[in-house]
Design a binder for this molecule. Structure first.
Ligand SMILES: NC(=O)c1ccc[n+]([C@@H]2O[C@H](COP(=O)([O-])OP(=O)(O)OC[C@H]3O[C@@H](n4cnc5c(N)ncnc54)[C@H](O)[C@@H]3O)[C@@H](O)[C@H]2O)c1
Ligand SMILES: [Zn+2]
Length: 349
């Protein structure tokens, strides 16, 4: 199964086989694989038989290492190994490896080619598609970077076998988001499947990735429609950032799951999303994300984080909201009072 974009394809299935087929059609001077300590242990063995000879570059895992300092180390290893302009970088890992590895490849000697093999659910259905690459800088996320595309993205659910459950749940929030903004049929099928992990079939992954694909093809640089991918993220980011100042920081997808419930509430109030749909969204999310939100009740601080969101225009807090399930619109302003109410609704305060 594959999806096509203008200059690359996204293939679904056994990564070793797909990678071997791709390498047969190409002639790289060297193969370099970027991993972190977890993907080196759990994911590299799944693809390593593909290569006769290859260099492994290992970096420490975690968002705190998604920095220019780590890029310098990777550029340094490539330079010391005399890697030339005709080499390939294979990024094997989650969104941190994919974003940073893509950035390193795109800038090393003005750009070498790279392949994305995302190994978390979040990076498979979200980070690996759309061309955004980069690193964090001075505490700001994804502040330095560029748009560029890999030669191929390989999506293999085999990697989920070793992925911690909370990481899997975190990625699933983006699948829920994709269904709610543009795919009512998938949303209905998710609702009827009592075991959500069964929704992670290749065909469902493809449907979810395809929603991001269609949206980024229409609007690659986020001038308009691409903003619908931010559904759940105005409230979600603010909750996520606030949670970092508490003893229990949230994984991205957990915060987005809360953001989806809150923004569904605003959608109901402003755009007429049905009350039954709103309740179904809340119930579904609460059934999966068993979160104690007791430490997140400082609504004033969450509101402060939202005022500084880089998506705001002229001091207005803007949302991407649902007119109905599968129908999302963007740049909708909500009053502070309604935002506060929506936080109370999602955080049960
Ligand atoms: N470029 C984009 O459009 C885009 C979109 C969304 C998110 N992102 C970025 O993605 C990043 C988050 O990605 P993430 O959630 O994948 O986090 P991550 O890359 O930090 O991976 C999460 C953890 O899982 C481990 N891991 C990865 N695959 C594994 C496997 N198969 N088995 C066991 N452990 C495994 C990693 O070592 C890490 O500890 C953020 O930096 C975010 O900015 C980018
Ligand atoms: Zn997200």
């Amino acid at each position: 199964m594959k999806l096509k974009l203008s200059d690359y394809t996204i293939e679904f299935g056994p990564s070793q086989k797909i990678l071997a087929e791709y390498l047969e059609t190409s002639d790289y001077s060297s193969i370099n694989v970027l991993v972190d300590e977890n993907t080196k242990e759990f994911c590299l063995p799944i693809i390593s038989n593909t290569f006769d000879e290859y260099n492994v570059i290992t970096i420490p895992s975690g968002e705190e290492n998604k920095t220019l300092a780590t890029c310098e180390k990777i550029w340094g290893v490539l330079q010391n190994s005399r890697v030339d302009r005709h080499a390939l970088l294979v990024n094997l890992g989650g969104g941190v490896i994919g974003d940073m590895g893509g950035f390193v490849a795109s800038t090393y000697m003005r750009g070498i080619q790279f392949v994305q093999i995302p190994t978390t659910l979040l990076s498979q259905v979200d980070a690996s598609v759309g061309g955004k690459l980069g690193v964090d800088f001075n505490g700001y996320k994804n502040f330095i970077g560029l748009f560029n595309n890999p030669k191929i993205v390989i999506i293999d659910s085999e990697f989920f076998k070793t992925l911690p459950t909370n990481e899997l749940e975190s990625g699933y929030a983006e699948m829920i988001k994709h269904a709610l903004i543009r795919d009512e049929k998938s949303w209905k099928s998710y609702l009827t499947n009592s075991n959500w992990e069964r929704n992670l079939s290749n065909s469902n992954l493809l449907k979810s990735v395809n929603i991001k694909r269609e949206v980024v093809i229409e609007d690659p640089f986020e001038i308009g429609i691409r903003k619908i991918l931010n559904f759940g993220h105005t409230l979600g980011h603010a909750i996520e950032t606030y949670s970092f100042s508490t003893p229990k920081p949230l994984l991205h997808g957990y915060a987005i799951a809360l953001g989806i419930v809150g923004e569904a509430y605003i959608s109901h109030q402003l755009l007429g999303l049905g009350h039954e749909d709103l309740e179904a969204i809340k119930k579904y999310i609460q059934g999966i994300y068993k979160m104690d939100t007791g430490h997140l009740t400082d609504i004033i601080s969450i509101m402060d984080h939202m005022r500084y969101d880089k998506k705001n225009r002229k001091n207005k807090i803007l949302f991407s909201l649902l007119e109905g399930v599968g129908k999302c619109t963007f740049d909708v302003e909500a009053s502070e009072e309604l935002i506060r109410e929506s936080l109370e609704y999602t955080l049960n305060v």
